[in-house]
Design a protein around this ligand. Structure first.
Ligand SMILES: CC(C)(COP(=O)(O)OP(=O)(O)OC[C@H]1O[C@@H](n2cnc3c(N)ncnc32)[C@H](O)[C@@H]1OP(=O)(O)O)[C@@H](O)C(=O)NCCC(=O)NCCS
Length: 178
């Protein structure tokens, strides 16, 4: 299913044909050094994509992972959204773009389209995003997408790779669409 289409990108469900590209960037340790989502094998990626097809945006306790594709349908990354279990009128999101497509504004475009779509279609009051303080690209992406820095949590999450407690920033975007 296609959720959003613009001149530059499509936001749609992940498809079986995405699996090789998805596995390639989702197992790139350098790219994912500030995220704790891992894709240990191609089989895992295949099952993940299959499972994701039946998950709906806003489904209780589930993250929905959406493909970000070019107009010719080439996968370039993904964004994920969850209506938070503790307050389902607040949604959390994250985004990953393959290295070859970095710094071309794709993530910012995807976040703007996705947040506008969800604010229109669902009773969401606010988006939040948590970011490793060392992740400058992500902070820039969020700020360019209209998010504001709301909080700085000190030594707030455990980085499995670096074996250290790391500061985390919380960003927020209120619903001004409705
Ligand atoms: C975060 C991420 C999705 C951004 O994707 P992107 O498509 O390159 O993002 P955009 O092009 O929309 O914006 C990135 C901005 O960060 C800037 N940037 C990137 N790396 C930077 C760095 N090390 N220092 C300063 N600015 C940096 C870019 O110049 C750009 O800003 P500009 O448009 O003002 O020049 C991408 O870097 C990524 O996939 N990272 C790995 C996954 C991740 O950590 N996701 C964040 C979890 S929410």
């Amino acid at each position: 299913m296609i959720y959003i289409q613009s001149e530059r990108i499509i936001i749609r469900d992940l498809k079986e044909k995405d699996v090789d590209a998805f596995y390639k960037y989702r197992s790139d340790k350098e790219l994912l050094k500030y995220q704790n989502f891992s894709t240990p094998s191609l089989d895992f990626a295949q099952s993940f994509i299959k499972e994701q097809k039946s998950i709906k945006i806003g489904q209780k306790d589930e993250w929905k992972q959406l493909a970000i594709a070019l107009p010719d349908d080439t996968l370039i990354g993904d964004c994920a959204v969850q209506f938070t279990p503790e307050e389902n009128r607040i949604a959390e999101l994250g985004c990953t773009i393959m290295k070859d497509y970095h710094n071309k504004g794709y993530a910012t475009a995807a976040l703007k389209l996705l947040t506008t779509y969800i604010f229109k279609e669902f009773p969401i009051h606010k988006f939040k995003a948590l970011v490793d303080i060392r992740n400058i690209a992500s902070q820039k992406m969020l700020e360019k997408s209209g998010f504001q820095k709301e909080g700085h949590f000190i030594k707030h999450y455990w980085d499995e790779n670096d074996h250290d407690w790391i500061d985390e920033l919380q960003y927020g975007l209120l619903n001004t669409v409705k």
